[in-house]
Ligand binder design. Structure first.
Ligand code: HEC
Ligand code: HEC
Length: 371
């Protein structure tokens, strides 16, 4: 009963907020009940700080939070001993950066914890004498001298069917399935609307309502039942991420979307992979990974939060031709809060899509589930 009332209240407050033009994103402390440290940041960034905590300590949400959260969202506000401990750690990490790193975000929870609740403090000889393991997802890349940005992009264009055909693909709609952490592992129907160079909308038909995510070329919104608000504006790296999801739908749109490109190469699953890193002023870069056939197999992007930077990895596979252009029919998104798989079944190229599709969606409306 209490949950139902709370959700109704949330939906109501969001409906009021959407009446104004482009409402400013709400800050964490106005949406949540018991925010003491992570104030003054938008709700989507706040959720990414929780992802940092889970990723850095190898914990899930219920490791720190009360067990009540399984049935009651309000229980996230309950201060457990580990929540109190984590608050102390937030202050400590901020102090380290302020006092010893000139305010630069050099130390994060991960710097010490490395996916463990209790950091190691005795050196590990196996690490010292073992083979060096490079992280292919690192943001720092080592520039390649044997290949060039032009070469990788030319190979990519050839691999997808040629620059001319790629440029002729200007829109599509697709149906398929979506599954992962927020569907309990099962698959539910998804519909995707895409318009070049950078508009995208996805509608996931969840049992409790339609979860909609849009990017109109400038702003991104999530009206999804698993979010803390029925209509969540995406900000910072999440907004750049929504833009990226829109751009990668059209092979010809990728290169013009970034002001600067650098090239590197790494090993992924024992295979050599070319990496192009795209950068725009004032934003974190994005890594693009190309396999031996020249196809895009992965992107890695980042979002900067007040407790450190968190990654999102997207893997693309099962390329099939659509209007003569190879598109990935399988996409796996992995980030600090979960993993999702989108599988396309049917793609219709070059269709007319109403501009309203990509605009700010209506807040998520929960419908009663019968069981
Ligand atoms: C390492 C411990 C830790 C983990 C793991 C963790 N949290 Fe938190 N969470 C906190 C702390 C600490 C706060 C309070 C932050 C503050 O006071 O600014 C908090 C606050 C919250 C709040 C605000 C509650 C309110 O109403 O005030 C939500 C919602 C939340 N967490 C969700 C999550 C989710 C979802 C996950 C899993 C992805 C998660 N947390 C994982 C430590 C954790
Ligand atoms: C400078 C290193 C360092 C950083 C940075 C750091 N921690 Fe810790 N943290 C520790 C150490 C060391 C311990 C274990 C202390 C002990 O043995 O009791 C610990 C313990 C914890 C615990 C208790 C775990 C348990 O299961 O008992 C939590 C929760 C925690 N840290 C959260 C965080 C969060 C959240 C951040 C980022 C905001 C963070 N830590 C950043 C060093 C660090």
């Amino acid at each position: 009963m209490r949950i139902v009332l709370t959700l109704a209240a949330l939906v109501l407050s969001a409906a009021v907020a959407t009446q104004a033009q482009a409402p400013a994103p709400q800050m964490a402390e106005t949406v949540f009940k018991n925010v003491q440290m992570l104030k003054g940041i938008p709700v989507d960034e706040f959720m990414d700080t929780m992802g940092m905590f889970a990723a850095a300590l190898g914990y899930d949400c219920s490791s720190c939070h009360s067990k009540e959260i399984a049935s009651n969202r309000e229980a996230f506000a309950v201060a457990t001993p580990l929540i109190q401990r984590a608050r102390g750690m937030i202050a400590m990490t901020a102090n380290l950066n302020r006092m010893y790193f000139a305010g630069q975000p050099r130390v994060s929870c991960f710097t010490c914890h490395r996916a463990k609740p209790l950091p190691e403090n005795v050196p590990n000889l196996a690490l010292q004498y073992g083979a060096l393991v490079e992280d292919p997802n690192a943001m720092e890349i080592i520039p390649s001298r044997t290949t060039s940005v032009d070469e990788i992009f030319n190979r990519f264009m050839q691999a997808v069917g040629g620059a001319q055909r790629a440029a002729a693909l200007t829109s599509y709609t697709a149906t398929g399935t979506y599954g992962g952490f927020n569907t309990g592992g099962g698959d539910v129907p998804i519909e995707i609307f895409a318009r070049a160079p950078n508009q995208r909308a996805a509608v996931v038909r969840m049992p409790d309502g339609e979860a909609v995510k849009t990017f109109d070329g400038r702003e991104a919104w999530a009206a999804e039942g698993w979010r803390p608000l029925p209509l969540l504006p995406l900000t910072g790296g999440n907004l750049a991420g929504a833009r990226l999801d829109a751009i990668v739908q059209f092979p010809a749109a990728i290169r013009p979307a970034f002001a600067q490109w650098r090239v590197s190469s790494v090993i992924v699953n024992d295979e050599p992979v070319d990496v192009l890193q795209g950068a725009n002023p004032g934003e974190l870069p994005v890594n693009f990974y190309f396999d031996e056939d020249g196809l895009l197999v992965r992107t890695v992007r980042w979002n900067r939060t007040s407790v450190g930077t968190v990654p999102t990895q997207v893997d693309y596979s099962d390329y099939r031709e659509v209007a003569g252009v190879k598109l990935p029919f399988r996409t796996v998104v992995t980030w600090t809060d979960g993993q999702n798989t989108i599988v396309l079944k049917d793609v219709r190229p070059n269709v007319t899509i109403d501009a309203g599709r990509f605009a700010r969606p209506a807040p998520f409306q929960r419908r009663a589930i019968r069981n």
